[in-house]
Design a protein around this ligand. Structure first.
Ligand code: GLC
Length: 435
């Protein structure tokens, strides 16, 4: 498939998943709007259909809670067959909540970066309209980041906490295994799982993990989704290394946009300074040459070798020596992430020698297009341009062979999960040379 055909196929996937107001991540499996999916889709559409990309951002912002949170799932068109349903979340009628049904959790904050991408595009053709878009969207994003760095960081550590694996976006990552195992399953609500209708069981989370996901939702629902109560009483509180790397990059982009509007970015500079210090003092492991999550409930780092620790490069928080260690000791290590014998495509979501690595199961080993994209951006920023090019080339090869799947078995490229997945298509558009 040549570039033009691939581009056309990607556009068709997005068109097929488009409801007008938002683009579904996948037609049947994910029939609502998801937070970081929307941001990635907007980035991919920037060069193809700017008005449509702006619409995606507007719909996402319309789900913002009155306390500032931008939620992880939005149900602008109401319920569907999808579980959890709006009702299960129990967010309707909250004084600090949304205007229409949403989940009660958030997701990695890619939005500011998406808005900057759209702004730079529009600036080339219509400065006034580009600026109006910033005036419309930047205050909402600033309020979300402020919520993350106050409500989700009550001690001012500089790092936002997540309270549910789903907030990481890497829902079923082995990073969460030990923290979840510690939580007794004694408050699991009644529920009926629907994710297995469309995708095979060996590609989805195991039952006990799913029960943990449901129990955490039930606990926060009982706390009325009150941010302060949730952070102080949640059994799962983690300073997620990748979520915070995304937030740092987003704060650089937000500071840039705020200055474009002629306003002071002093508050954001303070967030960046604190985060930079916290990454070095709390998340870096000199022994292992990786940044790790910090489990606030256990009071200890989570020493799991996953691609989250590679994609941290995207946040620009590593110094040059740390970046070299991440690349040479891990990304290029044939036992961990390097492609070669037995692994045709990179980059696996867990290191191959991690005992929790499972090459087909959701976030436990398969290749994800967005993680490759984050990693490639990080590599380029740190001067590893050839490696970034190789990741992008390899990712496009994979898609040409296996289609726009949700994830892939890196050993041979077998497509896994949902098909015609929106961010796989959107990031293909972003990666291809412009038509
Ligand atoms: C899955 C992924 C999550 C994504 C969502 C919609 O839950 O783990 O990252 O946002 O699907 O695509």
């Amino acid at each position: 498939m040549n570039d033009a055909t691939l581009r056309q196929a990607a556009i068709e996937v997005l068109r097929g998943n488009d409801t007008g107001a938002f683009i579904k991540p996948a037609f049947d499996q994910y029939p609502h709007q998801w937070n970081w999916d929307a941001a990635l889709v907007a980035i991919g559409l920037a060069a193809v259909d700017l008005p449509r990309a702006k619409q995606e951002v507007r719909t996402l912002i319309s789900g913002q809670w009155r306390d500032g949170m931008i939620p992880h799932i939005l149900y602008p068109s109401g319920a569907s067959e999808y579980f959890p349903s709006p009702e299960f979340w129990g967010t309707a009628g909250l004084a600090h909540g949304p205007d229409f049904p949403t989940s009660g959790l958030t997701q990695p904050p890619v939005l500011a970066t998406a808005i900057r991408t759209l702004y730079m595009r529009e600036l080339e053709v219509d400065g006034a309209s580009a600026r109006a878009f910033l005036e419309e969207t930047v205050p909402a994003v600033a309020a979300w980041h402020r919520w993350l760095l106050t409500s989700r960081d009550p001690t001012g550590s500089g790092l936002a906490s997540i309270v549910h694996p789903w907030e990481s976006g890497m829902d079923n990552s082995s990073r969460w295994a030990a923290a979840l195992e510690r939580i007794p399953l004694d408050r699991v609500p009644a529920f009926e799982r629907r994710d297995l209708r469309h995708v095979g069981e060996d590609e989805r989370p195991v039952e006990s993990d799913y029960r943990h996901f449901m129990q955490l939702i039930a606990i926060y629902r009982d706390l009325g989704w009150d941010a302060a109560a949730t952070v102080s009483r949640a059994p799962f509180v983690v300073q997620d290394v990748f979520f915070n790397a995304v937030l740092v990059r987003a704060n650089h982009d937000l500071a840039y946009l705020v200055r474009e509007l002629g306003q002071s970015a002093h508050e954001i500079d303070g967030w960046l300074e604190r985060a930079g210090r916290a990454f070095q003092e709390r998340l870096w492991s000199e022994d292992d040459g990786l940044f790790y999550d910090f489990d606030a409930r256990a009071g200890a780092p989570i020493r799991e070798n996953t691609s989250a620790s590679l994609a941290v490069l995207y946040g620009g928080v590593a110094d040059a020596r740390q970046a070299r260690r991440i690349v040479h000791e891990h990304l290029l290590n044939p036992d961990e992430y390097a492609v070669g014998a037995g692994a045709r495509y990179g980059v696996p979501t867990t290191a191959r020698n991690n005992p929790r690595h499972e090459p087909r199961r959701y976030w436990r080993g398969p290749v994800w297009i967005n993680m490759n994209w984050f990693l490639a951006r990080g590599l380029r920023d740190y001067g590893f341009g050839d490696l970034a090019d190789a990741v992008v080339r390899d990712t496009l090869d994979l898609i040409r062979t296996a289609g726009f799947s949700e994830y892939f078995d890196g050993r041979d490229g077998t497509p896994l999960g949902a098909q015609r997945f929106s961010w796989s298509a959107a990031l293909t558009l972003e990666a291809l040379p412009e038509a």
